[in-house]
Every structure is written in structure tokens, then in C-alpha cells.
Design a protein around this ligand. Structure first.
Ligand code: SF4
Length: 242
């Protein structure tokens, strides 16, 4: 693979078109190795600690033990998610796992914007509690890693290993684009990885408490998020500002 550093301003959309994706990680290991070799300390993994995140953390730690991992802590996550973060920290003690806080506490958001903003305007709530914090995190980086998979939703089907990220003016590295939901769970089981206990209670996708519900097993790995609205993405992976 090329040793050339791909940047937002010097982006090569064809860099990974010939990558062999028939290995056991469907190209993920090679992409991660390339990314950490090329970007070094200038790449950050923004991890939601979902099922895909457990795989990426396992693979990333094998190529850069002290990699920087950032969790966007909206202050609205399930206790099971915070417990999982503690378990992952114990398993990979050298990883640099940080919890990034929004500029407004929940109380300040209720006072200054609106109470229970997630009900009135979930896009604005996601902007304050996720997008703005990630903007701050990525301001000092050249590239970031995401666990997007093509099969997750129609809007993610065009995702490539390396993407020009117009939203954050960055390069977004997505090693798991070819993985299926079954692949994800096969790897977790085969490597005895930790995972969020809520997955065992019909939560395929786990975000903030107000915007996440258990589902009745329809096989959609994004089901259960923002079920009472047309919203399907928090905005981290779309180009439009809310
Ligand atoms: S997922 Fe819901 S609660 Fe979390 S930041 Fe977005 S709107 Fe707010």
C-alpha cells in the first residue's frame, strides 16, 4: 500500500481500490496498519463503544498500543456503556481512552436552550452534545477512524476505506466497510471481546438513553435509534449542519 499521507487538501479517492479484502478481516487490518503507520499521532478513533468499536479497538491496539480513542460523552449514555468503557480500559491499559464532554452540562442546556432538547430538536441536541465536541477533537488531527459499515443503512453504502470528510474537513478512515453484522459478532465471539451487555437485551445499536430503544429482532443493526422521529443519523456522518 502507498506510504503517502492522504490529507483533506490532497485527497486521492482511488488510493485503496485494489486492496485485497479476502483476508479474515476483509481488509480492515491492512487499512488500520496503513493508517497508523502514515498518520502516527495525528489520527484519532472516535469510538461509540458499539459492537464494531470492540473490533476496531482490538485491531488498533495491535498496531498502536497507545492510540488515542475518544468517546463523545453526551452525559446521557446507559450505565452499561460506561461500565463497558471501564472494562475496555482494564483490558487495554496502554490505550489513551478519553471521554470528551460537551461545552454545556445537561442543566446548562436545559436552562440556555430547552429542557429535554432531544424531544424538541434532536438535531440541535446532537449538534451540541456530539458534533461540536468532535469538531474540537478533530481540530488537532489529520484523520479519524470510524466503524461505519456499508450494510448499516442506504446512506452508508457509498462509504470507502478512505473518505474525504466534508463535514469535519478531515480524512475519515473506515476499515469495516465490508463487514456484515454476522461478521462483527463472529469476531467478537472468536476473540472473546468485551461488549455492551445491552446487546443481549435486543439493543443492536446503543446511543443515548432518550434516543435508544430495544427492538423486536428485525435484523437491522441500526434499529432502535430515534424511533419516534425521521432522524436516522446523529450528524457525524452527514455533510449537512443541523
Ligand atoms: S442521541 Fe439524542 S440525547 Fe443524544 S445527543 Fe442526540 S438527540 Fe441528544
Amino acid at each position: 500500500m502507498s506510504e503517502t499521507k492522504i490529507t483533506y487538501d490532497d485527497f486521492n479517492p482511488h488510493a485503496f481500490e485494489t486492496l485485497d479484502v479476502t483476508d479474515e478481516t476483509k481488509g480492515a487490518r491492512e487499512v488500520i496498519k496503513w493508517a497508523y503507520d502514515v498518520y502516527g499521532d495525528s489520527i484519532i478513533y472516535s469510538c461509540s463503544f458499539g459492537a464494531e468499536g470492540m473490533i476496531l479497538i482490538d485491531l488498533i491496539s495491535s498496531v498502536k498500543k497507545d492510540a488515542e480513542i475518544v468517546f463523545l460523552d453526551t452525559n446521557l449514555h446507559f450505565q452499561e456503556t460506561y461500565d463497558l468503557i471501564d472494562r475496555v480500559k482494564a483490558r487495554y491499559p496502554e490505550l489513551n481512552i478519553k471521554l470528551k464532554q460537551p461545552s454545556l452540562t445537561l442543566e446548562e442546556q436545559a436552562d440556555q436552550v430547552a429542557p429535554a432538547l432531544w424531544k424538541q430538536d434532536p438535531n440541535q441536541c446532537c449538534y451540541i452534545r456530539k458534533i461540536k465536541p468532535l469538531e474540537e477533537v478533530l481540530s488537532g488531527a489529520t484523520a479519524w477512524v470510524s466503524g461505519l459499515r456499508r450494510e448499516q443503512s442506504p446512506s452508508r453504502q457509498a462509504t470507502n476505506f478512505i473518505n474525504k470528510d466534508e463535514r469535519f474537513k478531515s480524512v475519515k478512515v473506515c476499515p469495516l466497510i465490508h463487514w456484515t453484522w454476522d461478521d462483527v459478532w463472529a469476531y467478537i465471539k472468536a476473540h472473546d471481546l468485551h461488549y455492551n451487555e445491552l446487546h443481549d437485551f435486543n439493543f443492536p445499536s446503543i446511543g443515548c438513553i432518550p434516543c435508544t430503544e430495544a427492538v423486536s429482532g428485525n435484523g437491522d443493526s441500526r434499529a432502535g435509534r430515534w424511533t419516534n422521529s425521521t432522524k436516522t443519523e446523529c450528524g457525524l456522518h452527514t455533510t449537512n449542519k443541523p
